[in-house]
Design a protein around this ligand. Structure first.
Ligand code: GUN
Length: 287
């Protein structure tokens, strides 16, 4: 039987700690941190993510403004809105929910958000700082994964870690963070030759490929730590499921994260932490 890491429980604890910290801010700094989330269009997945971010802000005591725009908004208008928020001194964090409609360049949008307000850690200067071991905003999902591993008492140093997925949001940055914790990291993907042989070598397996039940029991070695970043719909039941065939893999794993209630809540928790960090950097500079 694997130890199941509840991201839901851990994030609830961490949010309580942040709440106590934020409660001291009005007296110290005259206000609380302010996060602005921009949602373009009506995609149900994105609506649910944005709602989760607003709810978490409320719990922590962070001011949240969610700006909803129709998917017909032009790129120029969206970039203009971001510029306005960049210039607004009362805004500490800006997040544009991805994906965006095809006519809007995500790269341009991400690069337009001021680096100091980039709570996602997606800005090219933040990404560069991460890879150059400089001070930066860490992307939320990779940061949440490392926190979960540490909290579960998993020793990362010296371990063989395999990451399936090479996206800018998860695969690449989580590989870098594992490397910084002194794991030896292999980055695999959907085209990796003989993937099961690669993944069976993993002591820590992180899966971020976005395919329901992609990781089957034969791909996991006995005692592995399995972190499932997937958020998919099970094609048979229509329910939310991860990238890992949980029922088949759980008995082999020593530690595993469930979907839902695993990595997802930790991502939002780290977004709260990043918003506080951006706020404090600004305020401490002004003091
Ligand atoms: N879409 C899916 N995950 C994320 C995320 O972490 N940040 C943003 N902005 N959009 C997302």
């Amino acid at each position: 039987m694997a130890t199941v890491i509840s991201g839901k429980e851990l994030s609830a604890q961490l949010k309580e700690e942040m709440k106590a910290q934020v409660a001291t801010f009005p007296e110290k700094y005259g206000r609380v941190p302010h996060l602005v989330v921009i949602l373009v269009g009506e995609d149900p997945g994105s609506v649910s993510y944005v709602t989760g971010k607003a709810k978490a802000s409320e719990v922590v005591g962070i001011k949240n403004t969610t700006i909803r725009k129709p998917d017909t908004i032009s790129e120029a208008e969206l970039l203009g809105l971001i510029e306005e928020l960049n210039a607004d001194d009362t805004v500490d964090g800006i997040l544009v929910q991805l994906p965006l409609p095809k006519h809007i360049s995500e790269d341009k949008v991400i690069a337009t958000i001021a680096k100091e307000k980039d709570v996602d850690g997606f800005h090219p200067l933040n990404v560069a700082a991460l890879w150059q071991k400089q001070d930066c905003v860490l992307p939320c999902t990779p940061k949440g994964i490392i926190k979960m591993l540490k909290r579960a008492g998993v020793e990362i140093k010296g371990k063989r870690a395999v990451v399936i997925g090479r996206s800018n949001i998860v695969g690449l940055p989580v590989s870098k963070l594992l490397l910084d914790e002194n794991a030896t990291v292999t980055i695999a993907h959907s085209r990796t030759a003989d993937l099961p042989t690669v993944t069976r070598n993993a002591e820590i397996l992180v899966v971020a490929i976005g395919r329901p039940k992609f990781v089957t029991a034969d791909m996991v070695s006995e005692g592995a730590v399995v972190i499932d970043v997937g958020v998919n719909r099970d094609p048979e039941t229509g329910k939310l499921c991860g990238d890992v065939d949980y029922a088949a893999v759980e008995p082999k794993a020593s530690v595993i994260t469930p979907v839902p209630g695993g990595v997802g809540p930790m991502t939002i928790c780290c977004l709260m932490e990043n918003t506080i960090e951006c706020f404090l950097r600004k305020m401490d500079k002004q003091l």
